[in-house]
Design a protein around this ligand. Structure first.
Ligand code: CDP
Ligand code: MG
Length: 852
């Protein structure tokens, strides 16, 4: 926590608040009152009371997230069993904000203040889900979930006029958001003789001398309330569609002639709409107290942005007055590398690096490391927080005076044609660059050092035309080509680039992602017409169609594109990728759900391995103890067994290069999955004893394996059944190596390159030719033609020689794109299982299978 933690965490709630008042509450209270948003407290409460939607814009750190829910609570919005909700696009922010709010209120998490993220529910089970206010925070991030939520809330508000929405953000385009929420008002027909009924903030013009009876009018209003618009063609002299939006909402009361008034009142009574709030969104702009930030650009092109970052940090430390430094890089790998470079520098050059406290910040960070980032900087020290764009707006770090901005972030790009989703390093937008710079001006005037990248014109053209989904793959390919891993040899530059070439805003995630999960969630919520859903920005139709195709091939939707029962509905309830959910449900049928829940849980964490501790060779050797020839999924089982047998020991993890926090999460996720399966009435069964189903299972037992790992390796797993269950979910992700034998010289050189590569992506790395270069060919065909397998288990060439099994056919869990596409988490299969599991998919599309 960035403020002094005045409330000992261990205290119970009752004691906590008493002690808090006595020892420190008042100091926290003073801090709360110093926040810019405090001045707007009454205005915000008034507007929320009177408007259905309130849009609040204010710079990061002004107190929106932590204070507004508390103001609402103080004003009584949580009384009568109601609940105030605040949504965040990032998990880390959810936890951090919840604990800050709990601290300020002097209560324990899980009581009056709680939070829930996927697979973790820290809310009070005694509380209802009757939300009085929903605050959609960080709305500018435009994640898929935010966009879906906004569309859904707009729909829900029509049915629940008492529900209040707050849309808050640092940089939101308030006007377009306001328009989005305002369109709910309805204008009926305008005829030659018409009267006006303003039904309490829902405006309805109806034809006075028309033939409507009161009942017909009620039907009309009901439709307005439920759908927001009518599509019944022409009425009076103009079709409904044409006049919609022409007439403004009259926010207050009922007006019109006496007849209209009477009718309006009757309508209100009928729908019990006395307390319907103003439908016109209110906009509040919270003026911050940010200080000026001077911007510096690099003058000469540099060859390595990580090295430049490190040099800049050292230079700031040497030349500039005290104040913390916040560095924006792209992802954990980058951050780890920069931390290492800086740490090395602190050994080599003690003078320039004296007093530096180097701290990474990314979403997978453990709780302990998170707390270090937010703890006040010790006297005489200078914190250097090296972060992903999570510190851009979601989290506030006090004390930052210098920002070092690489100009990049990791972004998702999806190509619905090839079905490849790439997480690539791509330039940020101007809006993001400004946000990042703003982080330097919290406590006093600050400085921001930018490394904006030089890009070819061609690329910019593509960035701007990303609306076309087909092009997005091309973009990611080009990006991949340019920014492979560390951006070496690339020219980094200039103010000119920022001014003339950088995109003004980012592209909403909805328009550059795989939409399978999104579609299934909407279906489960009963939204059948997904293309007609009220989107803030429409997703590309190709991606929608592709998502429906995938769901259909997994038998999650039927011929009428409705969720199937029970599979479709069950899968929609499992908060995981539908392919993983299908794999788990099939495992229940096949009798290996016990193991499969472990595998699914392991796939849900970023990595079960520790990276970046140096000692690559030693860690490779240790990892080999767990390696299974069938592939990574079985390796996960070995690691999990080892972990459980060690009594969930952190020391065991340390010794085996296993990520302790990830494993704790795996245990937790597994438990929740099992609970869910039991709720579905499905049996949890292990295939361990099922010797009938034994298939080959080659484990690499080395002589120096320790006791617990040995036990793990003794796993008599029915990999045959397990792998079939995996295929049930992932049949579409198959690859074979046959064509490798006919490889062209280019492919051959790839093989050579990779055999001797030392980069580490996953236990088992395959590489396939970049499909983005192929002319809109379906991924399946492309992969089948050009995939080849590399025996790189764990990592690097040192291990390649020890593993002799080269499966011809594999399925992979995901593709990772850097300079090439790599398959992450791969399992060897028999191709006949593909036809068995998905005859609808393979008979028609894979003539190559006949080869086997
Ligand atoms: O949402 P917004 O960016 O407007 O501000 P906030 O997150 O509510 O933060 C308001 C204040 O609370 C800032 O001064 C933060 O430093 C502080 N805060 C904190 O100390 N610890 C947290 N986990 C979150 C906020
Ligand atoms: Mg916030």
């Amino acid at each position: 926590m960035s403020s002094p933690a005045v409330i000992p965490r261990a205290l119970g709630a009752a004691n906590g608040s008493v002690l808090a008042t006595r020892f420190g509450y008042s100091s926290l209270e003073r801090q709360r009152q110093r926040l810019p948003v405090f001045k707007y407290r009454d205005a915000i409460l008034y507007l929320v009371e009177n408007h259905a939607t309130t849009i609040i814009v204010g710079e990061t750190g002004s107190g929106k997230t932590t204070q507004i829910p508390q103001y609402l609570k103080e004003a009584g919005w949580a009384e009568g069993g109601r609940v105030i909700a605040c949504t965040q696009p990032r998990r880390l922010a959810v936890q951090s904000v919840a604990s800050r709010v709990a601290e300020e209120m002097g209560v324990k998490i899980g009581e009056e203040v709680g939070y829930t993220i996927r697979f973790e529910d820290q809310t009070n089970p005694g509380f209802s889900r009757n939300y009085s206010v929903i605050m959609v925070d960080e709305a500018h991030e435009r994640s898929i979930s935010t966009d879906m939520l906004l569309g859904l809330l707009k729909k829900i508000q029509r049915r629940r006029p008492e529900l209040r929405l707050i849309i808050s953000s640092a940089t939101i385009e308030a006007k377009s958001m306001s328009n989005f929420f305002q369109n709910r008002c309805f204008v009926g027909a305008i005829g030659p003789k018409w009267g006006l009924v303003v039904a309490h903030r829902i405006e309805l013009i109806y034809e006075k001398d028309g033939n409507e009876t009161f009942d017909q009018l009620l039907i009309l209003v009901k439709e307005v309330l439920e759908d927001g618009s009518l599509s019944i063609g022409s009425h009076g002299s103009k079709p409904f569609g044409q006049v919609e939006g022409v007439v403004k909402v009259r926010p207050f009361g009922i007006s019109g002639g006496p007849e209209s008034m009477t009718l309006g009142k009757k309508v209100l009574e009928h729908f019990a709409m006395d307390s319907v709030p103003n439908q016109l969104p209110a906009i509040v702009s919270v003026e911050g107290k940010g200080y000026t930030v001077d911007i510096y650009y690099v003058e000469e092109p540099v060859s390595d942005y990580l090295q430049t970052t490190v040099d800049t940090v050292l230079l700031i430390n040497e030349k500039e007055s005290p104040g913390d430094i916040l560095v924006f890089l792209t992802g954990q790998d980058d951050i780890d590398a920069a931390v290492k470079l800086l740490t090395d520098a602190t050994h080599d050059d003690k003078k320039r690096s004296s007093g530096l406290l180097i701290l990474p910040l990314f979403s997978g960070l453990s709780r302990v490391d998170q707390d270090l980032v937010f703890a006040p900087t010790p006297r005489g020290k200078r914190k250097v927080v090296i972060s992903t764009n999570i510190a851009e707006t979601s989290l506030t770090l006090e004390g930052v005076v210098y920002v070092v901005d690489s100009g990049f972030s990791k972004q998702r790009f999806y190509n619905p044609v090839s079905d490849i989703e790439s997480l690539v390093v791509a330039p940020i937008s101007k809006a993001s660059a400004r946000q990042r710079a703003g982080r330097a001006g919290r406590v006093r005037p600050g400085k921001c050092f930018r490394f904006t990248i030089y890009l070819a014109k061609k690329l910019d053209f593509l960035v701007f035309s990303v609306g076309s989904a087909v092009l997005s793959s091309l973009i990611s390919f080009i990006y991949c080509g340019i920014f492979s891993g560390r951006i070496q040899g690339t020219r980094l530059y200039t103010e000119d680039y920022f001014l003339k070439e950088m995109a003004a805003d980012g592209i909403p995630e909805m328009q550059r992602s795989n939409l399978v999960s999104c579609v299934i969630q909407l279906k489960a919520l009963g939204i059948d017409n997904i293309l007609g859903f009220d989107w803030l920005a429409s997703p590309p139709p190709e991606a929608m169609v592709r998502a429906l195709e995938v769901l259909y091939s997994l038998s999650i939707v039927d011929d009428d594109v409705k969720l199937t029962s029970p599979i479709g509905y069950q899968i929609a309830e499992v908060p995981m990728d539908p392919m993983v959910s299908k794999m788990v449900l099939s495992a229940c049928d096949l009798g290996c759900s016990e193991e499969m829940t472990t595998i699914a849980a392991s796939l849900s964490v970023q990595s079960i391995w520790v990276s970046g501790r140096g000692a690559q060779k030693a860690s490779d050797e240790v990892k080999l103890r767990f390696a299974a020839a069938e592939g990574d999924h079985i390796t996960f089982l070995n690691v999990y067994k080892g972990f459980i047998n060690s009594g969930k020991s952190s020391q065991w993890c340390y010794k085996n290069y296993v990520n302790y926090h990830a494993m704790k999460k795996v245990v937790d996720v597994k438990e929740q999955l099992c609970r869910l399966l039991r709720r579905f009435g499905l049996a949890l069964k292990s295939c361990e004893q099922d010797t009938q189903a034994f298939h080959f299972s080659v484990h690499f037992v080395l002589s120096h394996v320790d006791g617990s790992a040995c036990a793990a390796l003794g796993l008599p797993c029915s990999c045959f059944i397990l792998r079939k269950a995996i295929i049930a979910g992932f049949f579409a992700n198959s690859c074979y190596m046959e064509v490798c034998l006919q490889a062209t010289s280019t492919l051959f050189s790839f093989i050579i390159e990779h055999l001797f590569a030392t980069s580490y992506f996953s236990n088992l790395i395959f590489s396939c030719r970049n499909t983005a270069t192929m002319d809109c060919t379906r991924q399946l065909e492309v992969l089948k033609k050009y995939t080849f397998i590399l025996p790189l288990y764990c990592s690097g060439s040192s291990l390649a020689s020890q593993i002799k099994v080269n499966p011809k056919w594999v399925v992979y869990h995901s593709l990772v794109s850097t300079d090439k596409h790599y398959m992450r988490n791969v399992i060897a299969i028999d191709p006949s299982w593909l036809i068995e599991a998905a005859p609808h998919f393979y008979q028609t599309r894979s003539p190559n299978l006949a080869l086997y």
